[in-house]
Design a protein. Structure first.
Length: 137
């Protein structure tokens, strides 16, 4: 579906940009569509993860079922989960006092590499935009 392709490129690009540039929640600019707005990050994270999941179920290239969109879909899911976990971590004030569960440890590990994940998402988005029918992208 071309709609999912466009949504995947758009969401992965925005998510990669936010992860690479970084988020400053203490900034004064908290307008609705600001890149520093935590609500915008949460909605974009959910949309990116859902789009990645739907891309796994409905790839652009019909002949090869899952390989065609595997990398952008997995990148979108990881980027979306990073944005969601960043909001969760920021809002949870007693995060340091509680014992960390398995998901918290995984999220902390991924948050250490958020700039790298953001740069990879930007590269994947550019390649996916330029070559939509490539076998592995």
């Amino acid at each position: 579906m071309l709609q999912l392709y466009f949504l995947s490129v758009l969401c992965n690009g925005l998510c990669g940009y936010i992860l690479f540039v970084g988020n400053d929640y203490d900034s004064e600019d908290k307008t609705r569509l600001s890149m520093n707005n935590p609500t915008f990050h949460l909605v974009l994270g959910i949309l990116c993860a859902v789009t990645g999941l739907l891309k796994l179920l409905s790839p652009t290239l019909e002949k090869i079922l899952i390989l065609g969109d595997l990398i952008p879909a997995c990148g979108g899911i990881i980027g979306g989960l990073l944005l969601i976990f960043g909001i969760y971590r920021k809002d949870n004030t007693s995060f340091a006092s509680e014992s960390m569960g398995t998901l918290d440890k995984l999220g902390e590990t991924l948050l250490r590499f958020k700039k790298t994940v953001g740069l990879c998402l930007l590269v994947i988005t550019l390649i996916h935009f330029l070559f939509p029918r490539t076998l592995f992208l």
